[in-house]
Design a protein around this ligand. Structure first.
Ligand code: PNS
Length: 169
């Protein structure tokens, strides 16, 4: 069975992520989309919330499983018995960081884990989670960037940030 892991922060998930998920899911028998549970960062959505959003967005894709991980990605790959990481490349500016991570992961795994890059659809090549957060912070229209169901969830987070300074409220 051909399996791959698409790891990321997904904070928040965008149409760019969904595009990579849909395309990668056609190439593998199982695609595990996994959210990094990073205690060092202060995210907009908790790890569990991001998992829930990804589950809802991918519910039609029967060979996609959503999970979370902490620690080194290569250790998680080993636990899942997966040897391929998927990452999206939007532009040349992504390349240096992604190449460094891919080479590091290959070294760390003793050549056991390779990274496959999918070039993001041109429709979303400009799109990032950071720009979605910036637009939401100024009450901008998110409808071209994230699925409909996610918009009130993001807006609710920014309402809490405005009221209490904290996305948890
Ligand atoms: O969506 P992101 O924030 O670009 O995803 C980055 C991610 C989660 C793929 C990367 O930070 C990661 O794999 N972190 C886990 C720690 C790790 O294994 N680091 C080694 C690579 S240098």
């Amino acid at each position: 069975m051909k399996k791959a892991i698409y790891p990321g922060s997904f904070d928040p998930m965008t149409y760019g992520h969904l595009d990579v998920i849909k395309r990668a899911s056609r190439m593998f028998d199982e695609l595990i989309v996994s959210v990094l549970d990073n205690k060092a960062k202060s995210p907009l959505f908790s790890t569990d919330e991001r998992v829930k959003i990804l589950c809802e967005a991918t519910s039609e894709l029967k060979n996609v499983r959503v999970d979370q991980f902490s620690g080194l990605l290569v250790d998680y790959c080993k636990r899942q018995d997966v040897h391929i990481i998927i990452r999206g490349l939007r532009a040349i500016t992504d390349f240096e960081y992604e190449l460094q991570n891919a080479q590091t992961n290959r070294k760390l795994s003793d050549d056991d884990v390779d990274t496959i890059f999918l070039t993001t659809s041109l429709d979303y090549s400009y799109l990032s989670s950071s720009s979605v957060k910036e637009i939401a912070a100024f009450n901008g229209d998110l409808s071209q960037f994230v699925p409909e169901f996610e918009i009130p969830l993001i807006e609710e987070k920014f309402k809490k940030i405005r009221n209490t300074g904290n996305p948890e409220g």
